[in-house]
Design a protein around this ligand. Structure first.
Ligand code: PLP
Length: 392
């Protein structure tokens, strides 16, 4: 899952071109840049791939989430329902907007369960944020229906699933807004970067201005004279990231094909040995960055982990993952049950995440790289077979 593994002379050429032209800013200098806008090219390519009407490149996936929340008008004290199984950035983005994270349960695919989210809706709920975790889509039909029923925006955290789909539609392009990340741990990286999608012009316009100090981005004027739309921040990307992004998206189909081929071998080996692969709402759209098997009990998962390690392939039990599971976030626990911008936060006590605990403590996970030799993939498959025997 570390995108730099596929860097080669393509990225060197893309960066060299930006440096040689000395045109590093994505905005302004319209008369002297020869009509070349690499960050815009990155956005155009992302739009073409997803079918989204608007795409805005940003400095990180976290920035993309915050900008999406600002774009839909999230205010202090608003409640946002999300998953307790996510990277901590999802919740940091909510808290950065002084909004209240509220955790639903997860379903057997390990994604936010739409029915549990519905039970948590209050008049304060201003968004629902499903997260597509470790390559796999949340149940977007259910979230789309939920959003329509209650008139609540659905913000897809698709930071981990660039290129993934749900029933043929690109993840990130289905909700009111959706976000991608290109950080150094992602399959495709531009160093640091993100993207936010929407089909709504007004949301895009607010996001576009907000992410760059309120600039209205008119090519008719010099940057300093183009006018302001409220206050913002600086979450811009540079032309270097834009140029890298174009290359990354060109490489996406081959990267996904390689991951999917490796994953299939390992999943098939596990299934043949009696293991249950993580269920999916749409297996075809899986970006295949991770292989997850669901063991019958937490004890069986521990036995599997030990036996797989012994057989030469390390795997993680997801419940132990301190960055991706809310149970471990002390800072959040300290916020629990407090007055918060005119609202009160949930307790965030571990017992409120019982369903997540029962699933994640049985989930064993192998991370995959794009470039894996046949020997490496076969080695994991063999360890999976051995560990299945030792644990089932
Ligand atoms: C689910 C999820 N959301 C948000 C982010 C934040 O992305 P970034 O690291 O680009 O800020 C990540 C990154 O790991 C993520 O996995």
């Amino acid at each position: 899952m570390a995108g730099a593994e596929i860097f080669n002379s393509d990225e060197v050429r893309a960066i060299a071109d930006v440096i040689e032209r000395k045109m590093i800013h994505r905005y302004g200098s319209h008369d002297s840049r020869g009509g070349i806008y690499r960050a815009e090219d990155f956005e155009e390519k992302a739009k073409a791939l997803t079918g989204s009407k608007y795409a805005l490149a940003l400095s990180s996936g976290t920035a993309a989430l915050i900008t999406a929340l600002k774009g839909i008008g999230i205010r202090p004290g608003d409640e946002i329902i999300t998953s307790p199984f996510t990277f901590i950035a999802t919740v940091e983005a909510i808290v950065a907007c002084d909004a209240v994270p509220v955790f639903g349960d997860i379903d057997e695919t390990l994604s936010l369960d739409a029915a549990s989210a519905e039970r948590l809706i209050t008049p304060r709920t201003k968004a629902v944020m499903p997260v597509h975790m470790f390559g796999v889509a949340a149940d977007m039909d259910a979230f789309t229906a939920l959003g329509r029923k209650y008139g609540i925006p659905i913000i897809e955290d698709a930071c981990e699933v660039v290129g993934g789909t749900y029933k043929g539609r690109a993840l990130g392009s289905i909700g009111t807004c959706g976000t991608w990340s290109f950080d150094p741990n992602k399959t495709l990286t531009v160093g640091e970067g993100g993207m936010v999608f929407t089909d709504d012009h007004d949301i895009w316009y607010r996001m576009d201005c907000y992410h760059d100090h309120g600039h209205i981005h008119s090519k008719e004027h010099d940057r300093g004279a183009e006018g302001k739309f409220g206050l913002g921040v600086n979450y811009r990307i540079s032309e270097v990231q834009g140029a890298l992004g174009v290359v990354a998206l060109e490489k996406m189909p081959a990267a996904l094909a390689a991951l999917r081929a490796s994953k299939k071998k390992i999943v098939d080996a596990g299934a043949a040995a009696g293991l249950t692969p993580r269920p999916m709402h749409d297996a075809e759209g899986d970006t295949a960055t991770h292989v997850i098997f669901m063991l019958p009990t937490a004890e069986a998962a521990k036995r599997f982990q030990a036996a797989a390690k012994e057989a030469g392939a390390g795997c993680a039990i997801i419940a132990d993952n301190t960055w991706h599971y809310a149970k471990h976030w002390q800072a959040l626990a300290e916020m629990g049950g407090r007055e918060y911008f005119g609202n009160r936060t949930p307790s965030y006590a571990p017992e409120t995440m019982a369903q997540a605990e029962s699933l994640l403590s049985r989930a064993v996970m192998f991370g995959l790289n794009i470039r894996m030799s046949d020997e490496a993939v076969d080695g994991i498959a063999k360890a999976v077979r051995t560990a299945a025997k030792a644990s089932l």
